[in-house]
Ligand binder design. Structure first.
Ligand code: HEM
Length: 131
């Protein structure tokens, strides 16, 4: 039996992101953000996500962007609630665990959790008018 390997290359990152998006786009809880709130051109969007996670996990400075601003803008159109973040994280962790195991797989889950927390915090602050 082939053992599950850690995330090691850009190809691994692409496989992870592709598998995650297959789940997300069809999902009853959060799918609408990707298909109706922001109708995405996946040929443009997925390479951005590849670079984001390559930057995050393989420490290469290939992502330039501001995810917080994008999600704050999205929340203003269609509220991002705790159950949406919980579902996003559940699908992300499930995908990571299906394909990978090891230090970077753990890091992928940990960083996603931290960013999701920060994002929820910023969404809250914007709604309260703090920034
Ligand atoms: C409720 C949870 C989330 C939903 C529904 C969601 C949905 C989306 C959507 C629809 C976009 C496209 C926005 C646009 O192009 O205008 C996007 C972009 C993005 N998301 Fe999320 N997201 C969520 C949480 C997260 C988290 C926790 C992370 C990071 C760990 C993340 C990372 C990104 C990145 C890097 C982009 C691309 C930003 C750019 O264009 O530079 N998202 N997300």
């Amino acid at each position: 039996m082939e053992s599950v390997k850690d995330i090691k290359s850009v190809t691994d990152v692409q496989r992870l992101v592709d598998a995650f998006y297959t789940k997300v786009l069809d999902d009853e809880v959060i799918g609408h953000f990707f298909t109706r709130v922001v109708p995405l051109d996946l040929d443009v969007h997925l390479p951005i996500l590849y670079r984001f996670w390559e930057n995050m996990l393989l420490d290469r400075p290939v992502y330039q962007g501001n995810p917080m601003l994008k999600h704050l803008a999205m929340d203003a159109i269609s509220p991002m609630e705790p159950q949406h973040f919980a579902r996003w994280l559940e699908l992300w962790k499930e995908t990571v665990d299906t394909y990978f195991a090891g230090e970077l797989a753990e890091k992928a889950k940990y960083r996603a959790e931290q960013i999701a927390l920060l994002m929820q915090h910023k969404v809250d602050a914007r709604r309260k008018g703090y920034h």
